[in-house]
Design a protein around this ligand. Structure first.
Ligand code: KG4
Ligand code: ZN
Length: 364
């Protein structure tokens, strides 16, 4: 079954053609992120206008370039209906409806956040799988970490999901994005933090502190690990930006806010966020006797997070396997929208498909 999927929930315009939920024939993403740089965040109106301009070229490229997937070979159309920005969602939803109507094929509405986890079921040469060729077994614990969401799910089967917990305030990606701005990285977000943290990790000071014992490393700047010891499977990351702001102001007052201290702060932000994500997910895996842990969402591209998961699982839960999609399938794209549609979606009448900006991620 060949599905054409469209994703326009935030500032990306994406289209993909995927066969049987696993084989990506094309996957095209256009982003207007650079246009939002000067405003310090996404401007919904600007995003939607860009998406209107991009949607046809992106669809054309997805259907024609190299994938040999003309519209006539498409069996169904999948589209993100929410959650997301209303103007952006409307661009994708109305385009998908028109295509489905014209080619007379079913249309499958998709929840963007839940769809992220289906990136783990897509065949991908560079995806991270402990045992090559293995596909996830059930029950699985699935952590979705994106710019707007930090959600933990129990996957009893490929269709049967239960929401276990989520963030009480900022999402993990939001914490990366907000602290990146405080550290002077503009809209560089988690990628900028990861890069700066990597420079600190390989610095003379970090190596010295490593030699003296890893606990000492955090002596100079130590950020809280919010809700780490809390019994629930919820998260809270909003305190981190306040803590970073305090450190930045202190450093500025002492005229010590420079590349070296910025890199050290970036390192500590990344350590704090990833420590909490790994600990809570492992706790859920233990509680529900999960066979694998599945990671997904833009923050899943973070190398330190992937490294920590692998290490913690091998030390604490050696019977559990670990899956994370390739970097391109972690951040927003339409391939996993198609995968969700194939494995869990239900076609509905095209005239009933509507944009749902506040679509729940808990009632699944
Ligand atoms: O899933 P996604 O592409 O869009 C949403 O659905 O939100 O996630 C975007 C988020 C942003 O917060 C971005 O800073 C974060 O993913 N991100 C990263 C990395 N790459 C993207 N965070 C940490 N490390 C990365 N390498
Ligand atoms: Zn996303």
């Amino acid at each position: 079954m060949r599905i054409l999927a469209i994703e326009t929930s935030c500032d990306e315009t994406a289209a993909a053609v995927v066969e049987d939920g696993v084989k990506v024939l094309s996957n095209v993403v256009a982003s207007s992120a650079a246009m939002h740089e000067k405003y310090g965040g996404i401007v919904p109106e600007v995003a939607a206008r860009e998406q209107l301009k991009c949607i046809i070229p992106v669809l054309t490229e997805s259907l024609e370039s190299g994938s040999q997937t003309p519209l006539a070979s498409i069996d169904a159309v999948a589209v993100t209906v929410g959650p997301g920005l209303i103007g952006s969602l409307l661009v994708g939803v109305e385009t998908a409806k028109s295509i489905a109507f014209v080619i007379g094929k079913p249309i499958i509405p998709v929840n963007h956040v839940i769809a992220h986890m289906y990136a783990n079921f897509i065949e991908s040469g560079s995806g991270l799988k402990i045992k090559k060729g293995q596909t996830p077994q059930f029950p699985a614990i699935s952590l979705v970490v994106s710019g707007g969401h930090t959600e933990l799910y129990l996957m009893k089967s490929i269709k049967d999901l239960q929401w276990l917990g989520g963030t009480l305030d900022d999402a993990a990606g939001e914490a990366f994005d907000k602290t990146a701005r405080l550290l002077g990285f503009g809209n560089g977000g988690g990628v900028a933090i990861q890069e700066a943290a990597a420079i600190y990790s390989s610095s003379e000071e970090a190596l010295r502190l490593d030699r003296e014992g890893s606990r000492l490393r955090s002596n100079t700047i130590h950020l809280p690990r919010p809700m780490l010891d809390n019994k629930s499977l919820n998260f809270s990351f909003s305190g981190l930006k306040t803590a970073i702001l305090r450190e930045v102001n202190k450093l500025k007052t002492n005229q010590q806010f420079n590349n070296a201290t910025i890199q050290q702060l970036a390192y500590e932000v990344q350590e704090a966020i990833t420590d909490v994500l790994v600990a809570k997910t492992l706790k859920a895996a233990q509680m529900y006797k999960a066979k694998p842990i599945l990671l997904s969402g833009g923050v899943a591209a973070n190398l330190r997070l992937r490294e920590k998961f692998l290490k913690a699982i091998s030390y604490q839960l050696s019977a559990v396997s670990f899956f994370a999609p390739s970097k391109e399938l972690c951040t927003d794209n339409a391939a996993y929208i198609a995968a969700y549609a194939y494995f869990r979606g239900h076609p509905i009448d095209w005239h009933k498909v509507t944009a749902l900006p506040d679509l729940s991620v808990e009632e699944v």
